[in-house]
Ligand binder design. Sequence first.
Ligand code: GLC
Ligand code: GLC
Length: 804
Amino acid sequence: MRYGFFDDKAKEYVITTPHTPLPWINYLGSEEFFGLISNTLGGYCFYRDAKLQRLLRYRYNNVPRDTGGRFYYIKERGRQAWAPGFKPCETPLDSYECRHGLGYTRFLAKKDGLESSLTCFVPIGETCEIHDLTIKNTANVKKDVLVYGCMEFCLWNAVDDSQNFQRNLNIAESEVEPGVIYHKTEYRERRDHYAYYASVSETAGFDADRDTFLGREGDWSDPQMVRNESSGNYYRVGWYPIGCHRLEVALEPGESKRLTFILGYAKNPRDKKFIAPGVIRKDTAKRVIGQFSDPAAVDAAFEALAGYWDGLLAKFSVESGDETLNRMVNVWHQCMVTFNMSRSASFYETGTGRGMGFRDSCQDLYGFVHIVPDRARERIIDIASIQFEDGSTYHQYQPLTKRGNNDIGGGFSDDPLWLVGAVCAYVKETGDFTILDVPTPFNNVPGTEVPLMEHLRRCVRFTVEHLGPHKLPLMGRADWNDCLNLNCFSEEPGESFQTFGPSEGPVAESVFVAALFVKYAGEYAGLCETVGLDDEAKAVRGQVETMERTILSEGWDGKWFLRAYDAFGAKVGSSENDEGKIYIEPQGFCALAGVGVSEGYALQALDSVRENLLGEYGAELLAPCYTRYHVELGEISSYPPGFKENGSVFCHNNPWVIIGETVLGRGNYAFDLYRRICPAFFEDKSEIHETEPYCMPQTVTGRATGEPGHAKNSWLTGTASWVFVAVSQAILGIQPDYNGLRIKPCLPDSINGLTVTRVFRGAKYIIRIKRTGTASLSADGVSSENFEVPVKPAGTVTEVECTI
Ligand code: GLC
Ligand code: GLC
């Protein structure tokens, strides 16, 4: 069953009913101010940090679900109120449409001869949301309409806001001016920022106290003031601050009116916070409100946003006969959202938890480096700055302070190697070798700066210096799989699987990190060769070869690669085990890294994935799933069979298998797996899949649950960047390299030709790929034996013909 459709021309997903299986969301904002917005206007917004600087209160685990957000009420005098996004009133609408676009969401509704259109977006360069509402009278009688726009403020720190009530209920402060409510809690002390909610049209009344507005027993679906068609015109210190405006609109038949609301954040210089005792400086808010009082300025900001997105998307697009492939690659790749949010704020990540993950941020970068290379450069330096001198790294850092997170610390064996991948991806994309010279500190300690290249050297060295009894890399707290905690041995509830126990044991080893080493130490050697460090390149190549041989001798189980050795030296992911006989990660990553390809092991490993792990919705993480808690394995066995790391389709690792299939030249299998995990291809099963059909989820219940196919944790997942890499570089085969673009498509039989438009270092390449049975490549008529198109001057257009 579908709940909407893709409007490819408008680059929108159009949801045609508010009754989606889960809230289907979108993201607003592109720089510092961000909002989450559901298809029923739920969600919240924040300035830079979803935990510390949150503007809107949101209630987790609430019923009805998705409570909190932007509350709009439309009420013709004497009739029932309704909402342009269905909630919170839930009054049935005559028609409803939610259009999630790039950086904006538009709600279209009709009710009893009134039509509303509400567009929410964050203008480029501003720190506010605009809610642009137009109401039209389509009846042939005059209508007197009341419009209420309402927000419930969060007291900034979203964790305190939901916990510390003995304090919270005494600290709220607001100021009210005609048409604007300023939220200034804690401004009297250490904050220098405030929020404001404004109506640019004339208002008839306001509310700033929640209980007055809702009524003592009231709720958002039926506020007392709306029911009574009035306002409290009352604010007070403490309790629950809101911003609410009542507007009265008279509409002649056929007439429409545009009402713009602005919800913003503004900051003042510390020494100029007040303009009179207790009165805050409002210059910024007034400038923004003044500017957007002009509807032409709202239109211009909306167009600028569209232009911004067109610029981002123009870097890579494909025209194939497959419209689903086109739309997922060209519009809905989701990589800018993982760039902006990492894993912080979605409907599954509260925005109050972890900061930016080291490995997550590195891998996300693989998907957006071609879109925003400058911002990728800055991100790389931030990430590298939380590395320790021995090459290990903090596992997470806080985006506001850019400091490593001590609660979780370090000790994750895979983290350093992903940084090598990120830097190589950046240099290949941009040709900017100067990044390698940037003085970069360890653990942010001033004075410890060394060139970034030295950080990479230590990343590689860390693995080589931390090998176990089989000469495979030590596991540490975990590797990519956060839940395979082989040194943890936790027996008490509440202990963190990731931080309990020693950060490293002398025995537990990871075959996956060995494959990661082959891939990224290999990349490092390639980088050394490119910059003329030949001796170092040779030495590292030697280490890579040794590791490859070790995997084939110590890490092979007969039909697939082993996953690990545990703290007793026993095999994990082996046919010898009762449960967890085969894991996906080493199969995909070994094939991707080229391990065992010439020996036939990689082929056998990927055949084993198809035979043992492949279900309708993708390849599951392991089989058979653990049915009991294994203290020697850790969190992975804490999940019921078929959930999360215990054998769900954990989408993030499927693209490794997809890329591995292309290494083996199996385009059909690669594309088949891509289709299985990419929800746009089974939009008609949305009632099973449940999360948004226009973005990837993290996890989909496995067959062992008895209810396969239910997705969770959509939007913020490493799946996004890896799927983009798999499609763009492995299936379509457009691979940025130091000296040019390498073109090596591996297409399924269902695709005989396509055109990719790629902007690479400022030059445009129009690449036409045709299936003829013979492989060839030419650029502007010049044929290329090595399937590489050299770098062309910025601003030029090159026509590339590729046959396969
Ligand atoms: C989550 C984490 C990621 C980890 C994965 C597997 O996606 O964000 O860091 O690799 O789970 O455990
Ligand atoms: C926790 C979760 C696990 C997730 C990880 C991400 O360990 O239980 O499923 O992958 O965090 O960091």
